[in-house]
Write a protein that binds this ligand. Sequence first.
Ligand code: FES
Ligand SMILES: [Fe+2]
Length: 349
Amino acid sequence: MYPLKNGQLWPRNQWYVAGWSNEFDEAPIERTILGERVLLFRGESGRATVLAGLCPHRFMPLVKGARSGDRIECAYHGMTFDGDGVCTKGPAGAPPGGATRIKRYATLEQGPLVWVWMGEADAADPAKMPDTSRCGIATDGWRADPNGTMHFAARYMLMVDNLFDLSHIAWVHVSLLGKPTLCDQPVAVSREGCILRADRHETGPVDDFSRYLFPESVGPIQQTLGTELLGPGLITAVGPWVREAEGSPLVGKDWGQVQFVHVITPETATTTNVFSLVSRNFRLEDEGLTAALCAQNKAVLAQDCEVAGLIEAGLNEADTMSELSFRPDHGAIEARRYIQSLIDAEKAQ
Ligand code: FES
Ligand SMILES: [Fe+2]
């Protein structure tokens, strides 16, 4: 399915975020992740639990059931499953029967997020967890503020495209961010292990936004605006990252960086949940700055949400085979290639 090959939608054997830590509560909720309906709850043991969302007896949604301890009892005929998905009671008092179970998903709780492995639980690979220290989540010297969940009526890959497309900032976000001259700089794409980066750099006088963030900056400054794919479900927008440049009396001074962290979890083939955080490594006690950056991030995301929804709605009519790409699309094209390579590697296993 566009823009991937052969009807593929996303890599499956990966960690995605199932929800915020505080969404895992005694009362189960349900969510669709990678097209699978799942049940999220926190049982008596305190473990964030993700199980299949439908009862295998007559497919009653388990979210309508009752949780007791670490177990969930179906509301239709009382079939019961423990936190590992093992059936402990059959329907209407029948014995549970052999190896009856529902799918259990491996989870990892980290700071404000609960990650879920969407492949087989026994194959869950902690080594594939994205390196969240690069975007300041649960990292010394940083703060990462959760900034809500936004539902996009657009496929997962449109989000990947959008986040690796640094050019659209000067059009879609012009009302909020102006037209940063940084957007005119060439994009440098690089790969470091499983991390894909697209960067733009610029050296010049201190601009309004940098002065707002770093009032003591003198300039000239070097600014970096970039995107880092830390995992298929985690893309962070770095920027600006500001350092004093050659010609400044403070040359070499690193003022810090702000990151707009996008945790993207495919929902269905054409919808996506985006959990967002704003992180930074400067002015950590400044709650006013936090509020301003979070408000800006929400407004920017709402603009992206509108654009992505419009593109998704038009894809049925588009001849996607004749898509035109130009030099500034370099970063987004590389991101597509990378996601495709993850899917291809999965298929080859
Ligand atoms: S549908 Fe769940 S017990 Fe019958
Ligand atoms: Fe955007």
